[in-house]
Design a protein around this ligand. Structure first.
Ligand code: COA
Length: 192
C-alpha cells in the first residue's frame, strides 16, 4: 500500500477551499494523497453523517432528473447547484453529471450533450485527488457515452466523438475522438 506520512488533511482541505472560492485563479486543483482506499478528508463521505446523507440525496435527485428526456427540470436543478448553464442546452437522457462540485461546471449556449455521457468535476488517482473546472463552449457537440475528465475545456463549435475518453482540451471547431483522444478534423464547423 502507498503511504504518505506527510499528508495533512486539514491543510489539504484549506487548499481545496481556496481553490473552490476562486482565489487561486486555477482551473485544476491537485492534491497529493495517501492511497485513496484510506480516508483523505476531501470526499463528501469523510464528512458528518448528516452532510453525507444530504449529499446522497442531492446526488440521487440529480441522477434521477438526468434520466428524463426533457431538459427543463435537469437544467433548473443544475443551476440551483451552482452550475452555469447557457441558453438552448440539450442534455440527452441518461447523461451523468458529477454531483460534487457542480459549481465548477460551465455549459455555454447551444450545446448538445449525448446520451450516457459522463462529466466528472473530481477524480481520484492512486496518489492524487483532483478537482477541476469544466467548460463546454458555445455550439459544441458531445457524442454519446463520452467521458469528460476534470479541468477540461471543449472549444467553441467543437465535436467530441461518441465514446471518447477526454483528458485534454479540444480546440475550437475541431473534432476529437478515441481513447486516447486524437484530433480527427480541425476548423471544420462554423461556431454558432
Ligand atoms: C465524430 C463523428 C461526428 C465523426 O463522423 P464522420 O465525420 O462521419 O467521421 P468518419 O466516420 O468519416 O470518420 C472520420 C475519422 O474519425 C474516426 N472516428 C469516427 N468516429 C469515431 C469515434 N467515435 N471515436 C474515435 N474515432 C472516430 C474514424 O475512425 C475516422 O478515422 P480515419 O480518418 O483515421 O479513418 C461521429 O463518428 C460521431 O461520433 N458522432 C456522434 C454520434 C452521437 O453520439 N450522437 C449523439 C447520440 S445521443
Amino acid at each position: 500500500m502507498t503511504e504518505n506520512r506527510e499528508y495533512d488533511a486539514r491543510e489539504a482541505r484549506k487548499r481545496l477551499k481556496q481553490f473552490l472560492t476562486g482565489k487561486t485563479g486555477e482551473r485544476l486543483f491537485v492534491q497529493q494523497i495517501p492511497h485513496p482506499s484510506t480516508p483523505t478528508g476531501l470526499c463528501y463521505c469523510d464528512n458528518s453523517v448528516f452532510r453525507t446523507i444530504g449529499m446522497c440525496f442531492k446526488a440521487w435527485l440529480l441522477e434521477t432528473l438526468l434520466q428524463l428526456p426533457f431538459d427543463g427540470p435537469k437544467l433548473w436543478f443544475l443551476r440551483r447547484l451552482g452550475a452555469r448553464i447557457g441558453k438552448n442546452v440539450h442534455i440527452a437522457a441518461g447523461a451523468w453529471i458529477d454531483p460534487l462540485y457542480t459549481q465548477l461546471l460551465t455549459i455555454e449556449d447551444n450545446v448538445f450533450i449525448g446520451m450516457h455521457t459522463k462529466i466528472f468535476m473530481h477524480e481520484y488517482r492512486i496518489n492524487e485527488f483532483r478537482v477541476g473546472k469544466i467548460t463546454i463552449r458555445t455550439g459544441s457537440f458531445i457524442g454519446g457515452s463520452a467521458i469528460i475528465g476534470c479541468g477540461i475545456e471543449v472549444g467553441e463549435g467543437a465535436t467530441v466523438a461518441a465514446g471518447t475518453v477526454l483528458g485534454c482540451d479540444v480546440p475550437p471547431r475541431s473534432t476529437i475522438g478515441g481513447n486516447p483522444p486524437r484530433i480527427i478534423k480541425r476548423n471544420e464547423r462554423p461556431s454558432s
